[in-house]
Design a protein around this ligand. Sequence first.
Ligand SMILES: [Zn+2]
Length: 264
Amino acid sequence: MRPPGRFRLPHAGYRPAMPSNTRTRVALPRSRRALLRTAVAGTAAAGAGLALGPVFPASAATGEAESDSRPTTPAQALRRLAAGNRRWRTYHEEHPHESAPLRRRLVAAQHPFAVVLGCIDSRVPPELVFDQGLGDLLTVRSAGEVLDEAVLGSIAYGVLELRIPLVLVLAHQSCGAVAAAVHADETGEPLPAHIQYLADQIRPSIDHGQQGEARIDATVNAHVRGVRRRLAAEPDLAAKVATGELAVVAARYELRDQHVRTLS
Ligand SMILES: [Zn+2]
């Protein structure tokens, strides 16, 4: 890590989503209004930055040869992750980048090629499900991949200081944090203080058009798309998306088949 003075935080402060019963009573500060204006441009730029289908690129899914050089573009980074996920779900893991010489090289510096923002769920560790090793991924994890200022600052560090070309926001099937948020919304029962914070962040994405397990499943997708949108709207990240240096992508991991699929 570079000295603290080199670590530039995003210009716009992060503002958590407010509970619906209080949101209308809070005036938006100037920085938030600027952020919202940028969000429109940032979202458009994100769409233009990298065209992706509902699944990872086919070239990677069929076992494209993987060089050991660090991916430097969003497309290369996505292909590297897709190839690793294919190895994982077909039980052909390589467990790369764990050797003694590599560990010694990493003492001097790190050059991870992707930021993965994922849930804390013990069944979805990014290094395993993408079959990556030391120095490959900058992982940030919070329950339900919820954003807060620390999460945002961690992602910004990876993009702005380590020049990482891809931020992948990874949701997953049967997310307990999303289920808890949906349950709290349906019953009105308060959750313990810090868990309620998580639920408050997820609540705006609850899909009331669905019922039961389908509601939880649809909310998993809506929430991860919302997190992706909010990240892509951050001015510092949006600027890099606009030039094609960065892609911010939403994806979802299925516990049943261990497949990661991107979400449009
Ligand atoms: Zn989860």
